[in-house]
Every structure is written in C-alpha cells, then in structure tokens.
Write a protein that binds this ligand. Structure first.
Ligand code: 8YV
Length: 323
C-alpha cells in the first residue's frame, strides 16, 4: 500500500523530518516561506495530510467550496486561532494541535520577558552594543524588583500554571488568576493562587500581568485602552499568548504616557509586522515569537504532530483532535 502523501508547510527539525519520511510520502515546502490561502487550499486538495503552522493562512474562507483530499490538518503548535475550525469541521477535516510539549518552554520565555522588562535588560543590551555605556553609576538603568511581587495570570491552562510555578517557587510571587471557568482548588493551592472573577478585578491588584489565554475573536483586544488604564503605573504586561489579545495601538499609548511601566511581547497582531508605536517604546522588550523555540521542544512538537496523523491513518481518533 502506498504511503499517505503529507505536506509540511514549513521546514521542520531534521530529526522530525527524517521520522516523518520513514512513515509517510513527505513533501517539505522548499522555500520555507508562509503559504498563502491559495497554496493551502491547493495543498488540502492534493495531499492526504497537511501539517500547518501559525504562519499559514487557514482562516475563514479557506474551506469554502473546497474539495479536500486531506481529511486531517495537523497543526505544529498548540494555538490554532489561525485556523477556521468551523470551516474545517464543515469540510469534514480533523484538526489537531500539539499541547503539553511546550508548556515549560513557553512559561520559561514568559518569565524571561517578565525579568527583562522588570530589569530593563533590553535597554541595557542596546546601550552596550551601541557603545553608549559610560560606566557604572548608582542611578543607571534602575528597574523594579520581582521577588515577592504580585503576578496576575489571565488564562490558567497548562502554560499559565507552569508560569505560576516559576513565579511562585522561583521568585516568591503572589499569584492572582482570571480564567473563564472555575479553576480546581488543588490546582490553585499548588502555588497559593487566588482566582478573581473578572479581568477588571485582577488588573489593579497586580505588579505584573501575564497573558496565557487563547487568541482568536473571543479574546481579541481583551487588553484594550480601558483595561490598560486599570493597571498600575508601575505594572508590566507580558504577552506570550497571541498578538490579537492586546490592542497594540492602545498599548503603545499606555507605554508612552506612563500609564503602565513596561511590556514584554513575544507575539504581535500582524506578525511579523510590529506596530510602529510599539517599536518606538524603549520600555517594551520585543521577541520574534520564540515561546517554543528550543531544540527539545520543537522536536517534541513535531513528534506530537506526527503521532496525531499516525493515529488518524490507523483509523483512530488522534489524541490531540480539537474539533
Ligand atoms: C509555535 C505557538 O511555535 O504553539 C504555539 O501556539 O505559539 C508557538 O510556540 C507556533 O504556533 C508554531 O505553529
């Protein structure tokens, strides 16, 4: 029997590409560039499985009048707000993601951003590289302490919980949580976290706020001008979730006016574009969507995505089916 034809829309870690090639008839996007909507449609009509990433345009309209050969779209990544789930379901396509394997890695990067913003590490690095460092002085690049402060976590899934452990056990931080549904008492108890009802109740109480909720329309501009206004002027916002969760124009204003003290961002509304106002803010630490970028995690994600399509082609329901 011939092997299923599988398209990897981007270049994957070599060991995972090799594993994929042993199991399937694999094609890798030779240019390693994001696929357009038309490319994705063509792929879905010509391959048995398409392995997508966050850079592929699989949004609303992708599945309209499509005659898919592919009955599975396996996303390489946990977040899938770039995929029109309803459209895929209506077209009879199973969608999977890669949870769990990137929890620690993404929480590590959220903590990195929190620390960098608190200690003004981006500014310091830029100063040294620009040859502008004039030497030590008591008032140079003064940041804010992290230890013992209060961290608000919006979205308390697996990554949010991993962030809470780092902050609580590593830095003695108090944890406040806002989540759509009630969090189990034992999960809160692990880090002494307290759940509050609303974002409005959380924001004024926090020295740091880290976003770990899903993206998509449901959370678009969850952090807007009004809510930035509820944050402390000394507070720092961290986003490793999805760009659309934060209104970037409003954030740029808040960073410039001193409404909040700083931000650490790994994700942006229109990646790879960054709002020009944000780029002007020295008090923003900006990373190019690196939450899961360790060799261990990127291999783990690839193997998890492969497991999903293996299960699918074996006639099983893939472990990470999301629709
Ligand atoms: C991925 C991510 O690298 O998994 C996610 O949701 O944001 C990143 O860690 C990216 O989505 C790859 O598709």
């Amino acid at each position: 029997m011939s092997k299923p034809k599988v398209l990897l829309t981007r270049k994957w870690p070599a060991s995972v590409e090799a594993a994929a090639s042993r199991l399937f008839d694999v094609t890798v996007n030779p240019d390693d560039r994001p696929l357009s909507r038309a490319d994705i449609r063509e792929a879905l009509e010509n391959y048995d499985a398409v392995m997508a990433t966050v850079t592929d345009d699989v949004k609303s309209g992708t599945f309209t009048n499509l005659k898919p050969k592919a009955k599975i779209l396996a996303n390489y990544g946990v977040g899938y707000s770039h995929i029109d789930l309803e459209g895929a379901t209506a077209a009879g396509i199973t969608v999977t993601n890669t949870p769990d394997v990137l929890n620690d890695c993404t929480a590590d990067l959220a903590m990195t951003l929190l620390m960098m913003a608190a200690r003004r590490a981006g500014e310091g690095e830029r100063e040294v590289r620009a040859g502008k460092w004039t030497g030590w002085r008591p008032t140079h690049l003064i940041g804010t302490s992290v230890t013992g402060k209060t961290l608000g976590i919006i979205g308390f899934g697996r990554i949010g919980q991993a962030m809470a452990r780092r902050a609580h056990f590593g830095f003695g931080m108090k944890i406040l949580v806002q989540s759509r549904s009630p969090v189990a008492a034992d999960i809160l108890a692990e880090t002494g976290a307290v759940q509050v009802d609303t974002v409005e109740n959380l924001l004024p109480e926090c020295d740091f706020v880290s976003l770990h909720c899903p993206g998509g329309d449901v959370n678009r501009h969850l952090i807007n001008a009004e809510r930035l206004g509820l944050m402390r002027s000394t507070a720092i916002l961290v986003n490793t979730a999805r760009g659309e969760v934060v209104d970037e124009a409003a954030l740029a204003e808040a960073l410039k006016s001193g409404e909040i003290a700083g931000a650490g961002l790994d994700v942006f509304e229109e990646e790879p574009k960054v709002h020009p106002g944000i780029l002007e803010c020295e008090n923003a630490v900006l990373l190019p969507h690196m939450g899961s970028s360790t060799s261990e995690t990127r291999v783990g994600m690839g193997m998890r995505a492969l497991r999903n399509i293996e299960q699918f082609f074996n006639g099983e329901v893939p472990g990470d089916k999301v629709n």
